[in-house]
Design a protein around this ligand. Structure first.
Ligand code: HEC
Length: 404
């Protein structure tokens, strides 16, 4: 992300960087010079899983501070900050006067480090070591469970001992059951109405919904109707995983197909994205709800709809992208408020930079535990699960700077 400019003279921090500066060290282009005043890369921001925008301010020539329109820029990119100092990391040289670059064809779920160097018309280059990083979100991937193809067929499970009878025999209205299992609306309304559902489905909560489902099926007096299923529960057991997975993704007709976005341009949201230390080692962050209309559940409540991955770093160049510092879920109380607030522990520094990325529920069925996940020791399977779990993140983002 954005980085404070590092002023860099011949004795500056880049002077000893291998391959970074010095005669002949810049792809054979002329000489490094401190006559070019250039603060280097200002920001690198992922705009989707495969593209990053890199920006910088004009470079000028000393002593007159002219020459901005004739300056060209070299963009270096690497997978770590050190390698971004090497000539071999050069990916692009701009036309004169251009101060941004969109890097395309990048791998998803990857942290990239950018360095920008100014070139004057004499092919002299600035001594610029400043690096900014960007994290591409994981490749978009919709949820996996569609109602019609994966849930509806479950209701045709025959009653043990009476194969001609299925759930739908009684639960297609009009029939003995009030619950209409034959349509998505019927399932979501339960024995109430869509406006006031009395359904076993608790959106996004697979486990709790499954417990509710079993409890309702075996509640008196309905138990009698269902007795053969309860005493020979194989058919019910086969329903568990698909029903839980469907509900964990939001109990949608078709899987959500677009990531959420923050509406930063909405003026009503001005001043709602901030953070502060609440005590010595606890940081609180507040941000507006992100928008994800495709996955709004039938009850209209955003409780549980999105999770917010919080990435933090000592400064914007050292944001820990390999693993969110916290995952914040919106509960019923917060769903009714205009903003979301969450806290996390922070002992690394007195000031920090935070970025919040909302993600929808399409990866929520993937096994992942933030508390035990360690990118350093993770197996290939755990790394892949992490990528799948973190997919469908927004990539329009802002930094918040927090000082103790
Ligand atoms: C012989 C008829 C019959 C069959 C077969 C049957 N049910 Fe029911 N079921 C009922 C009746 C009657 C009720 C009580 C009225 C109601 O709630 O719809 C009921 C209630 C329920 C409820 C509780 C409704 C609520 O929201 O409180 C659920 C859930 C349910 N059934 C699911 C199923 C499933 C799943 C199957 C198939 C595995 C099934 N039923 C098979 C007759 C049947």
């Amino acid at each position: 992300m954005a980085l404070l400019p590092v002023a860099c003279g011949p004795s500056g921090p880049s002077a000893n960087t291998p391959g970074g500066i010095g005669a002949g060290a810049n792809n054979g282009a002329g000489l490094g010079t401190s006559d070019i005043l250039f603060s280097g890369v200002l920001g690198a921001d992922a705009i989707n899983p495969n593209e990053v925008t890199v920006t910088w301010a004009d470079a000028v020539l000393l002593p007159n501070l002219g020459g901005a329109i004739s300056m060209r820029y070299q963009v270096f990119r690497a997978l770590d900050a050190e390698t971004a100092q090497l000539d071999s990391a050069l990916v692009f040289t701009t036309e004169q006067g251009v101060t941004s670059f969109i890097d395309t064809g990048l791998p998803d779920n990857t942290t990239l480090f950018y360095r920008v160097v100014a070139l004057d018309t004499d092919e002299r280059f600035s001594l610029t070591a400043a690096v900014a990083s960007a994290r591409t979100p994981a490749e978009y991937g919709p949820g996996l469970v569609a109602f019609d193809t994966q849930v509806l067929p479950l209701w045709s499970t025959p009653m043990p001992g009476i194969p001609a009878t299925t759930c739908l025999s009684c639960h297609t209205l009009p029939g003995p059951g009030q619950l209409d299992l034959s349509t998505l609306e019927g399932v979501l309304a339960g024995v109430g109405t869509l406006q006031n559902p009395n359904s076993f489905v608790i959106p996004y909560q697979g486990e709790a919904s499954w417990a509710e489902f079993l409890a309702r099926m075996s509640a008196l007096p309905t138990l009698f109707q269902h007795l053969p299923y309860i005493t020979d529960p194989e058919g019910l057991a086969a329903m568990e995983e698909p029903i839980k997975a469907w509900i964990a993704e939001g109990a949608l007709a078709t899987p959500d197909s677009a990531p959420p976005v923050f509406e930063f341009a909405d003026e009503e949201l001005a001043g709602t994205y901030f953070g502060s230390f609440v005590d010595f080692d606890t940081v609180s962050v507040t941000f507006p709800h992100a928008i994800d209309p495709e996955s709004l559940p039938f009850n209209g409540s955003v409780a549980g709809q999105l999770e917010y991955a919080v990435y933090a770093g000592v400064d914007s160049n050292s944001i820990i992208w390999d693993k969110p510092t916290a995952l914040i879920t919106v509960d019923l109380n917060q769903a009714a408020l205009p903003t979301v607030t969450g806290t996390f522990d922070w002992t690394l520094s007195d000031s920090l930079v935070v970025i919040v990325r909302p993600l929808d529920a399409s990866g929520r069925g993937v096994p992942f535990d933030l508390n035990t996940y360690d990118p350093e020791t993770a197996t290939a399977q755990e790394l892949e699960n992490f990528r799948l779990r973190m997919r469908n993140q927004s990539s329009n983002e802002r930094e918040m700077a927090i000082i103790r």
